[in-house]
Design a binder for this molecule. Sequence first.
Ligand code: PLP
Length: 410
Amino acid sequence: MTALPLDPARIRALFPAFSEPSLAGQAFFENAGGSFTAAPVLDKLEHFYRATKVQPYGVYAASQAAGEAMDESYRRMAEALNVSAEWIHFGPSSSANTYVLAHAFAGWLRPGDAIIVTNQDHETNTGVWRRLANHGIEVREWRVDAQTGRLALAELDKLLDSKVRLIAAPHCSNIAGEINPVADIVARAHAIGAVVAIDGVSYAPHGLPDLAALGADVYFFSAYKVYGPHQGVLAVRPELAAQLPNQGHFFNDAKPRYRLTPAGPDHAQIAALSGMIDYLEAVAEIAGDKVEGVDPFRRAHAAMRAQEIALATPLLAYLSRKNSVRLIGPDSPAERAPTIAMALSEPGAAVAARLARHGIMASGGHFYAYRLLEGVGIAPDHGVLRLSFVHYTTPEEIDRLIAALDAELP
Ligand SMILES: Cc1ncc(COP(=O)(O)O)c(C=O)c1O
């Protein structure tokens, strides 16, 4: 294995789950379902519940402290994503956030407009948009290659014309794992006056992106998969957000933060979100001179990716030697996130159950990427086995996983 920029012991010391007795001896390979939570997040959550569990933004000290802690999360999240704080909305989950966003688009698009969705996405960034057909919107589908599950820009080009107002696509699929060329998708969309909504849920755990560089108009992800609390982070270009019809209470129309997230805010979890950003700064610090650059968030991203690529290399090499395994998505570690799904002769969930006996925490199924499984000819009920990890996984855990797979796969 090539050198790891991040010392696993220092990284894991920042996650209480790794010293939790009930989890001892268990190797966690279901990170794409939700990561372990970083200590600064848990500390802030506990502090909020202990010291400031009152209505925020009021006139007394505890209330003001609560509001300041929440504001800090908006500010810090924006800083990490390289956008202004006006971009940031926090809601209950990514699914709830896109549900509301699609309602807003229903009032913004006009009958006869066209949108493009993919069959690679998790249902969160496709089903809600497809329902706009009920409002007279033409829905076009950018389809994956039926063998590999990959999206090709040449196929997108065939769908583009001046009627297209929105392209919704994943930064990274939660099954195919491929990192899609978001900046290229955005360039094509903007050239025809369309906007782009990117699902970053399967990408963000591997390093928060620089949204200014990507150029997407909407980018969302789930904080609970990025070492944080159970919240959905929705970044929307402020000029676009201002044009979308208000989805919140009418008297809050002038407050941008209240227009696209009608659910009452979860004050404590919003306050705890800034702990994620503290954690990313700690990652940059642990990486030291092993990564280049100045910005801590780009440095954390680079370190996490380098760590994961080194960890994924032996696993992908092992899988490519197994004739009984059909890997979905690219087999090169640099082209993908370490969210590795495979079709087997047995249902994915059955193999996951046997891996559990080896102390491997993983699972099988369609993972709500139902359309993708159908698109590559896998019955969603049969499902895939998915093994997903992040930078805190160790080389020893990868070795254990390979040994367990070797014992359980034909
Ligand atoms: C790629 C992707 N998009 C969206 C979601 C939905 O996120 P949430 O649980 O926050 O609604 C998931 C959850 O697994 C996902 O993997």
